[in-house]
Design a binder for this molecule. Structure first.
Ligand code: FA5
Length: 342
């Protein structure tokens, strides 16, 4: 019996050393340790061995069993490692330092126009800030003089999270944070993605970009506001564009204005992009309401300021002649590849 055990061990070692694939190692495991495997069968034979030899032989067979189990596990590990190494060495190699031969992507027109506006305002001393897309009720409404149940909230239906937070409906949601962060005097712009539960059409999306700006100092007046708006628009469009300022109501400014731009898609004749009016609402603005300054920790007796909320996606439409706002979120390469050359 002892010789049989030794012979079986040698045979097992020989077979296992030739196993180069995990499948083969698995087959060997079954052949030796499976229900009808050679080692299992040896253990069964023990029943017929005289009692005085049983203990020693049992030990030998169990040692062989343990040895076989460990050897197979080691073999499987080695095979796995070799397979991984083979995969790595055979994989196609990329040299990330090589120059691109072909540009496969391009910037979104919204990114392009955002960067342009950022540059214009940075050159006029404005800081560029970022803010979360998930905000709370205080940031989006209360701190902007829009208490609960105020009718202005109707235009700002949005997506609410279970914990009461919401996806911001306008970049004004960052005003309070910026006022507290900088304190007066301050000049800052803060672009961001906004979300509204909106009926979408050629000029309305449920997800769009705005770029907000505030300037607070002693003696800031409406003429400062108009100056900055004009400077920005003439730089972006590199030509004179017709704008009109009309009264507009926003609880966080007083007085408030709607700044419209003559539709550049139809030249003011009327088209779906401007709802046939020839004008497009682009940049509401106004003098910051004293209560909003107060909530931002700024004394309204000492400081005044203006705020504007530029419709960045609409600005991109006008600048690049995109007739339908839905094209931006369509994911259509046909649409977006037009901007590759810019
Ligand atoms: C506001 O969001 C105010 N927070 C703007 C503001 C800031 C006023 C500071 C005064 C002072 P309004 O809802 O009108 O206002 O949106 C501002 C601009 O964002 C619009 O003129 C338009 O250009 C753009 N906009 C608004 N809703 C959409 C929409 N659904 N799709 C695309 N653009 C939109």
């Amino acid at each position: 019996m002892k010789e049989k055990i030794e012979a079986l061990k040698l045979k097992f070692e020989e077979e296992l050393s030739g196993a180069r694939e995990s499948q083969l190692a698995e087959q060997i495991r079954v052949a030796y340790l499976g229900k009808k495997g050679s080692i299992t069968e040896l253990l069964k034979l023990l029943q017929n061995v005289p009692n005085e030899e049983k203990k020693e032989l049992g030990q030998h067979i169990n040692q062989l069993k343990k040895y076989a189990e460990e050897s197979i596990a080691e073999r499987l590990e080695a095979i796995k490692k070799a397979e991984t190494e083979r995969l790595i060495t055979s994989a196609k190699k990329y040299d990330v330092t090589l120059p691109l031969t072909e540009l496969s992507g391009s910037y979104s027109p919204i990114t392009l126009v955002q960067r342009e506006v950022e540059e214009i305002f940075a050159s006029m001393g404005f800081a560029i800030e970022d803010f979360s897309e998930i905000v709370n009720d205080y940031e989006c409404f209360e701190s902007l003089n829009i208490p609960k149940n105020h009718p202005a909230r109707d235009m700002h239906d949005t997506y609410y999270l279970d914990n009461g937070q919401l996806l911001k409906t306008h970049t004004s949601a960052a005003q309070n944070y910026i006022m507290r962060k900088y304190g007066p005097p301050l000049r800052a712009i803060f672009p961001g993605r906004c979300f509204r539960n909106e009926s979408i059409d050629a000029s309305h999306e449920n997800t769009f970009f705005q770029l907000e700006g505030i300037m607070i100092d002693k003696n800031i007046s409406i003429s400062n506001l108009i100056y900055f708006m004009k400077a920005m628009l003439s730089e972006v469009f590199e030509r004179d564009v017709n704008v009109r300022l009309r009264p507009g109501f926003f609880p966080f400014v007083e007085p408030g204005f709607e700044l419209d731009i003559n539709c550049l898609i139809c030249g003011g004749e009327g088209c779906p992009s401007c709802k046939n009016s020839g004008w497009l609402e682009l940049c509401p603005c106004g003098m910051i309401h004293p209560r909003v300054l107060e909530m931002g920790g700024i004394d309204p007796e000492e400081y005044t300021g203006f705020a504007f909320g530029l419709g960045l996606t609409r600005l991109a439409m006008m600048k690049y002649g995109v007739k339908d706002i839905r094209d931006f979120n369509s994911g259509s390469l046909k649409v977006l590849s037009q901007f590759k050359h810019i």
